[in-house]
Design a protein around this ligand. Sequence first.
Ligand SMILES: Cc1cc2nc3c(=O)[nH]c(=O)nc-3n(C[C@H](O)[C@H](O)[C@H](O)COP(=O)(O)O)c2cc1C
Length: 331
Amino acid sequence: MLATDTLNPPVLPETAPTFFVRDIPVHGDAILAPMDGFSDWPFRSLCRALGSAMSYTEFVRAGNINQAYKHIASRMDFQEMERPMVFQLYGDDPDEIVKAALRVQDKHPDIIDINMGCPAKNVIHQGAGVGMMRAPLKVAHTFRKLTAALKIPVTGKMRLGWDDCRSYKLIARIVEENGGSLIALHARTKQQRYGGQADWDAIAEVKACVKIPVIGNGDVKLAADIDRMKKYTGCDAVMIGRAAVGNPWIFSRLDREQVPPDEVYRMVRQHLERSMSFYGEHKGLILFRKHAVRYLRLYRMSREMRAKIITKDDPQSFLALLDEYYTQLLA
Ligand SMILES: Cc1cc2nc3c(=O)[nH]c(=O)nc-3n(C[C@H](O)[C@H](O)[C@H](O)COP(=O)(O)O)c2cc1C
């Protein structure tokens, strides 16, 4: 069923939870991945309404929360309908992470997640992101301190490891032994970044070596991949990143080709409206343009039209262009 009337929160499911993050029930097995620059409130809330089972914020540096909270506070704005709501932090110093987590806990997320997977140079050079996987003791201290200090569950998202040193099983056990309540595994190494094949066998290995829930991630491109990954690995849920951009309907188990053009049109307008109401008209449109090209990617579009779409900087002419494009498309 297509359900893009996202102004209405989803009806609470009557079925049993799919899994628990400590005491937090999660209904559903497909989850939008945290993505810097993409998984903001406008996009998250649309995905959640279409079936994503919980919401993760884009990652936020712990040090920024402690020093300049006001500038990044909007990254942690959310709506009740998004719950379970996960705030994701990264950092290289356990005490700094705990301080930041205590501060953002006051915004009432359901869960705090620690990013141990980001391969970006500016993140890893001091040992944050996937850099944490090279420092098992630091992971232990971070989770032990966090779980002692916070009332809410703490979870971790990681990769297979730095390069050849695939420390995923060790790190998964350390997270669990130090009070962590869930592990999400992006089954690629740092070296692979976002390319190459994800190793689903590793997801199965992690699932077999811990008792806490495991979310598998990597190479889920089509709706059918969700069940395929679950069946292959035994994981509790599947996390979807890039394949959801331009196709939030994947959370309703639909591939992009299955979504009719008029539904896509409604989504484009709704997403843009949300983006503008959240960021203000100008910034909202600028940030939305990268989504627009992904929504429309399937249709044959002239270079000229694409260039116009990604450069329009006032909402009225953007919407007029969209209408012009759709009139041609549907004719
Ligand atoms: C543009 C972009 C931004 C990302 N930002 C984050 C982030 O803030 N936190 C995080 O844990 N992972 C981040 N990731 C990684 C994704 O959560 C996910 O693990 C990765 O994209 C693999 O999943 P996919 O193959 O379904 O895209 C990002 C990925 C992309 C492509």
